[in-house]
Design a binder for this molecule. Structure first.
Ligand SMILES: [Zn+2]
Length: 424
């Protein structure tokens, strides 16, 4: 249903002019108010009461729900229930969110008020709104939604509860519980929407992965070396990788036994690492196919650090540029390719000299490209083991290297081995 369909339905329910209703709805939608909230608001404005006169919608299976549905009734099992405060129309409101499932599938939900259900509960949810979130349908539970215990337990294949290994969390996950060792933690002041805010940032690890975290309600007990069970976190993408977010609702409990932490980074095939949508700490082995433009001796904006072209920064215009060294190399392991980015130190290692050496070589040749050419001669066609943080965006996959070493392994064999490990 589009705005016009909703407006037509509301206008006929309320007995008012459709154009007026459509204008009210459009105005609310421009402020990103979900369609169901917007309709409730328009109903109230025209004295229609909160429930409206629509009959209770038909029961549907979860896998039948599409973003074309207005409202639905479902009988489901609660898989997860996270708690979070969001800023909504200028007010802080506490919402609950997570996943629901029946035999046919799972769906995310947001509850705009407290219904009191917990993971494992079987429920019949009446008149839940459907909205599109990230291209998928999501259920909106609001004041016109009814929630009742279902007559029978809803059998589902999915895991009930939010416990996950770090390797299995994904951006967008909510209501997750993790058991981790804190590796790094630092207090930081950021300028947020309410002025200066103290947060705590760092890195946590378990046997499967390492991930960055942010505690928005900074807890001093989240300190390096401690082993913790952390309940009710949400996961969002931060610089292209999943990041664990703690809120005021998150519960942190010390664990009696130490959490085992993987020594090295998990080895993945390039295809697997890219398919995961981003990994904070991963190792791949592949052949360097090519050194890309923008490698070797480069110039950066002193304000923002962006690489400049002809002394021009995209944000700051003409600037006094700073020289730097970098490599962007295309690595292929037979499953896929990734652009490996080496910082100044790793570049100096593969080049065999630092900035001064590079500047001298460029001066002598009267051409900056000689630096990139030398680097290409040394690394193209050779196999490398690369460890770092992999991010994926619209332009492709980038691996910010922390380690870049010649590998004796055959990359294709290494990729097959990594695939086999994942399959276990
Ligand atoms: Zn700049």
């Amino acid at each position: 249903m589009d705005v016009n369909d909703h407006a037509e339905e509301l206008a006929s329910d309320l007995g008012v002019d459709k154009e007026e209703v459509a204008a009210d709805l459009q105005n609310l939608l421009e402020y990103s108010v979900p369609i169901d909230e917007a309709k409730q608001s328009v109903r109230r404005k025209h004295g229609g009461g909160s429930g409206g006169s629509s009959p209770t919608p038909d029961s549907v299976d979860v896998d039948e729900i599409t973003t074309d549905h207005g409202n639905v009734t479902v009988t489901v099992r609660v898989l997860t229930a996270g708690t979070r405060t969001i800023r909504y129309q200028g007010d802080d409101i506490t919402i609950r969110e997570g996943e629901l499932a029946d035999e046919t599938g799972t769906i995310s939900y947001t509850a705009w008020q407290e219904f009191g259900f917990e993971p494992g509960d079987s429920l019949t949810i009446g008149n839940a709104g459907v909205r599109e979130w990230d291209g998928e349908p999501e259920l909106n539970l609001n004041e016109s939604t009814t929630v009742a215990i279902a007559d029978e337990t809803v059998a589902v294949d999915e895991r009930i509860g939010g416990d996950r290994r770090l390797a299995d969390v994904r951006a967008g996950d909510r209501g997750r519980n993790v058991e981790v060792r804190v590796l790094e933690a630092d207090e930081k002041t950021i300028s947020g929407r309410d002025g200066e805010t103290e947060i705590r940032e760092g890195v946590v690890a378990d046997a499967t992965a390492k991930l960055p975290f942010t505690d928005w309600h900074p807890r001093p007990e989240v300190e390096p070396g401690v082993d913790l069970r952390i309940e009710d976190v949400y996961v969002r993408e931060f610089r292209g990788v999943p990041s664990i977010n703690l809120t005021e609702f998150t519960e942190v409990t010390p664990l009696p036994d130490p959490v085992s932490v993987a020594e090295g980074a998990p080895r993945r095939s390039v295809a697997d690492a890219v398919a995961s949508g981003g990994m904070f700490d991963v190792e791949v082995v592949g052949n360097v196919l090519e050194v890309r433009d923008g490698s070797g001796l480069i110039e950066r904006c002193p304000e923002c650090g962006r690489v400049t072209q002809g002394g021009q920064c995209r944000s700051h215009g003409e600037v006094d540029t700073e020289d730097d060294l970098r490599v962007k190399a295309i690595l292929d392991d037979g499953t896929d390719t990734v652009t490996v980015v080496l910082d100044d130190e790793l570049t100096a290692e593969v080049y065999g000299g630092g900035l001064e050496t590079a500047l001298a070589a460029a001066k002598e040749a009267m051409d900056k490209e000689v630096v990139a050419d030398t680097i290409a001669e040394r690394i193209v066609g050779h196999a490398y083991r690369v460890r770092g943080s992999l991010s994926v965006d619209d332009y492709g996959a980038n691996l910010d290297a922390e380690a870049f070493e010649r590998a004796s392994d055959d990359p294709a064999a290494a990729a097959r081995e990594a695939l086999a490990e994942v399959g276990e």
